[in-house]
Design a protein around this ligand. Structure first.
Ligand SMILES: Cc1ncc(COP(=O)(O)O)c(C=O)c1O
Length: 451
């Protein structure tokens, strides 16, 4: 390795061939999801109307590794391994002795990590002749990734996009349509879940999930795909961390001291962090592992760890997770993908067990860090990813004070080239920080079922 190398990739022989399942190594088992009606643990039959059997088995498996099917690996090869970059120019700008590495998922066809799971999800559905997949999307990254994968495997794609994002990010909608998907503003008039809200409502991921689940559950030729939260989604994302471990070794590092990712539903964070957590639990590395969320949707830092629905209408199983309440509608910040009331049960469990930490940041600080990053590294981060970068900036500046030479690995989950409206608002001084009041939080939590 030269003293100036900034990009670390992998040879063909080093390609990741298996997803990693953290459940096999957790010191305590995560609590099971419960049926919304009976409140008994859900079984495969309960999930069959929504998901193909392979994904249901991945949802409940205790196996440590799951082989990635050949047709999925073929699509991964189009953009994986994603590069691990050393952010040397940003380090210099910050005057930090910390060595900062970022794992860049923006190289995927959809521009984010979401393709890592959309491709296997559509592939497994295609094996069963599923005609159509329905889904929700926030800022539009997940909808784009699913539409792209559906185009590859000849499946129709119907997307309910959170109203606030639908109104402000029309290019994402166009991109979904370019890939062959259909987009509805949520809340729509097409579902009972949507009709429960006025048409002009800004929407939420919880409402959009209800709409997509409702439509899939009523049509035997359709199934539903979720872009985050569930165990099988997190499993698919572990290609990120598995590659990063190998690339970090190639960069000459013996391990990470700090691993940071942004967390909306928890999938890109878990994808990067869980392989590092495996190493930590095995005693071969000892990184701090840190999830970063927005102050206006502070699920891990101010929510409660209890059973709640994954959607607003209460159609999904009850999951034990940190939640702000399934009725919670976050303020319309630009990181649309981080506006989710809950958090992946596996991430929630790991936080609750003290294996990983969480913190929350305001969006203006995140945009400030993102601009600095763009001007030194040449990558415009997705507003979601900027949360992870802003925390890294804090840590790197603290290292500059203390003189600590730590190794930081950060997940850069996507690019923000279709989010320039958000950057325009920041540069024009029109972005505001909207903290969640204790009263609003208490009101939202009051709706969580007693289990
Ligand atoms: C670029 C990007 N990063 C992060 C997220 C947050 O989702 P998750 O926490 O599941 O990674 C999203 C969600 O839409 C996203 O588009």
């Amino acid at each position: 390795m030269s003293d100036h190398q900034v990009m670390f990739t992998l040879d063909d022989s080093e390609q990741v061939t298996h997803w990693y399942n953290i459940v096999a190594d957790l010191p305590t088992p995560p609590p099971p999801p419960l049926h919304p009606g009976t409140r008994e643990p859900v079984g495969p039959d309960d999930l069959a109307p929504l998901f193909p059997i392979e994904l249901i088995m991945q949802e409940v498996t205790g196996e440590r590794y799951v082989e990635i099917p050949g047709p999925v690996l073929e699509v991964y090869q189009q953009y994986r391994p994603s590069p691990l970059f050393r952010a040397r120019r940003w380090e210099a700008k910050l005057g930090t002795p910390a060595r900062i590495y970022y794992k860049y998922e923006g190289v995927s066809p959809a521009g984010s990590h979401k393709t890592n799971t959309s491709v296997p999800q559509v592939y497994y559905n295609s094996l069963h002749g599923v005609r159509r997949l329905t889904t929700e999307t926030g800022a539009g990254q997940w909808g784009t990734a699913l539409a792209y994968a559906c185009a590859l495997f000849d499946v129709e794609c119907e997307v309910w996009q959170v109203g606030a994002s639908y109104d402000t990010k029309p290019q994402r909608r166009t991109l979904i349509e370019v890939f062959g998907g259909t987009v509805h503003r949520s809340p729509s008039r097409l579902t009972e879940s949507g009709k429960a809200f006025p048409e002009s409502h800004p929407g939420s991921l919880g409402i959009a999930i209800s709409e997509a689940v409702e439509v899939a559950a009523q049509d035997p030729t359709s199934k539903y795909a979720l872009g985050s939260v569930l165990n099988h989604v997190l499993l698919h994302q572990t290609v990120i961390g598995e590659e990063a471990l190998k690339q970090l070794a190639k960069a000459g590092e013996s391990g990470a001291d700090l691993v940071v990712g942004c967390a909306g539903g928890g999938s890109n964070f878990a994808g990067l962090a869980f392989p590092f957590l495996r190493e930590k639990l095995a005693g071969s590395q000892s990184p701090r592992i840190l999830a970063v969320e927005p102050s206006s949707c502070p699920t891990l830092t101010r929510g409660e760890y209890r059973y709640d629905f994954g959607d607003t209408a209460g159609l999904t199983p009850l999951m034990k997770m940190y939640t702000l309440g399934h009725d919670f509608v976050p303020s319309p910040i630009h990181a649309g993908g981080l506006r989710y009331h809950g958090m992946a049960p596996l991430v929630s469990h790991a936080v609750h067990e003290g294996l990983i930490e969480a913190t929350a940041l305001h969006q203006t600080e995140c945009f400030e860090a993102a601009i600095e990053f763009a001007r030194t590294q040449g990558v415009v981060p997705a507003p979601e990813s900027s949360h992870a970068l802003a925390q890294v900036r804090r840590e790197a500046l603290a290292a500059a004070e203390s003189g600590e030479e730590k190794v930081i690995v950060v997940g850069l989950s996507g690019h923000g080239l279709l989010e320039l409206g958000a950057y325009d608002a920041y540069l024009g001084g029109r972005l505001e920080d909207d903290a969640l009041s204790d009263d609003a939080l208490a009101a939202a939590l009051a709706g969580v079922p007693q289990v």
